[in-house]
Design a binder for this molecule. Structure first.
Ligand SMILES: NC(=O)c1ccc[n+]([C@@H]2O[C@H](COP(=O)([O-])OP(=O)(O)OC[C@H]3O[C@@H](n4cnc5c(N)ncnc54)[C@H](O)[C@@H]3O)[C@@H](O)[C@H]2O)c1
Length: 338
């Protein structure tokens, strides 16, 4: 238990991830006092009010109102085309910031963070939530311990999320709006590109790409794939899909001459096999709960000075964005878009 006063925190963005995952994680963290939440949507504020009825948490309309409340930190669960500006504003006001991924979806958003001083950026943690999980760390250790052997490796990442939900038009509108700011590899890719470079210990170059729009009205392809090279000996086939009625399973596999591993993405259960044995790495708590809790632990350590640098900072987010941009450029070149 912390010996100092709880961290005074505000949460901006009471949408899907804000209310369902950040809010519960904040409320159960012993080192945090949630002071206020904010959302520009009256509907979202009303829904949050019923969740917070037994608390003294203030419910505000504008993120800027949080700055009058002597907070230590804010969590930004806003759309990624809004988040960079809010993050820069809060950092300049002296707060610690935990900001949802992707780091930005356009050059202005990116620039608003890149222009900040290293001192300010030391208070910025990017919400690449699942990198905190033990399964990702276990995979990295398996590579570092040489358990996959010395030879080439084939990685296959199949990331299918956000299936169309016929009974939830709000969901379809939200995901279609996200497509207006980049295909799924920009949004989901933030996580997957980050895991792969963390696990493999290096960055990637793009060998080739494909893309499909299953609905001509979409602003960007909803199915995207790429072949990536992580150095000369690791080839990764990555594919992402949104907004179809049914979807393939989501998983990442690693295959070499002597070993095979499968990370199932719903649970993050990890199975590793070589000629000697098959080992299953299963964690008891739900993936979302343990990852949001671990992410918040790390943020509290940053904001209370236990660690001097964010566990996941701007550089990691920019690396995923660079790779996503390289894929987008190839897709645009193939489809004749400038
Ligand atoms: N870490 C994860 O696992 C994960 C999962 C899903 C989404 N996300 C990310 O979380 C972010 C939010 O996604 P979501 O699905 O919750 O979206 P959402 O649209 O459901 O929620 C966003 C909320 O932000 C509010 N908002 C927008 N602009 C605002 C402003 N200027 N001030 C205050 N509130 C504002 C909206 O009214 C909305 O309620 C995105 O960046 C998304 O990529 C992360």
């Amino acid at each position: 238990m912390p010996t100092q006063s709880p961290l005074r925190v505000g949460l901006v963005g009471l949408g899907d991830i804000g209310v369902n995952h950040h809010l519960p994680a904040v409320l159960r963290h012993p080192g945090i006092a949630l002071v206020a939440v904010a959302d520009t949507s009256g509907e979202r504020r009303t829904a949050a009010a019923s969740l917070l009825a037994d608390t003294s948490v203030q419910i505000l309309e504008r993120a800027e109102q949080l700055l009058d409340l002597e907070l230590d930190a804010v969590i930004l669960a806003t759309p990624p085309w809004v988040t960079p500006g809010l993050a820069a504003h809060a950092l300049r006001a002296g707060l610690y910031v935990l900001a949802e991924k992707p780091v930005a979806t356009d050059s202005d958003g990116r620039a608003s963070l890149e222009e900040l001083s290293p001192e300010l950026l030391r208070r910025y943690q990017l919400g690449l939530t699942y990198r905190h999980d033990a399964a990702i760390h276990r995979l990295r250790e398996l590579f570092r311990e040489g358990r996959f052997g010395p030879g080439p490796c084939l990685v296959r990442a199949s990331i299918y999320d956000e299936a169309r939900r016929p009974d939830e038009p709000e969901h379809a509108d939200r995901i279609a709006a996200a497509l207006g700011h980049g295909a799924p590899h920009v949004h989901e890719g933030a996580h997957v590109f980050d895991w792969l470079s963390f696990i493999l210990g290096r960055g990637a170059t793009v060998s080739d790409v494909w893309s499909l729009k299953t609905d001509a009205s979409f602003a960007a392809p909803n199915l995207v794939g790429a072949r990536l090279s992580y150095g000369t000996d690791v080839t990764a086939m990555v594919e992402y899909g949104w907004l179809t009625d049914a979807q393939p399973a989501s998983e990442i596999t690693f295959l070499t001459d002597t070993a095979f591993a499968r990370l199932e993405l719903e649970s993050f259960d990890l199975v590793f096999s070589d000629r000697n044995s098959t080992t299953t790495f299963h964690q008891h708590a739900s993936k979302m709960r343990r990852c949001f809790d671990a992410q918040l632990d790390s943020f509290v350590e940053l904001a209370t000075g236990v660690i001097a640098e964010p566990s996941i900072g701007l550089a990691a987010g920019l690396a995923t964005l660079d790779l996503a941009d390289a894929i987008t450029s190839r897709i645009n070149a193939q489809s004749g878009v400038n």
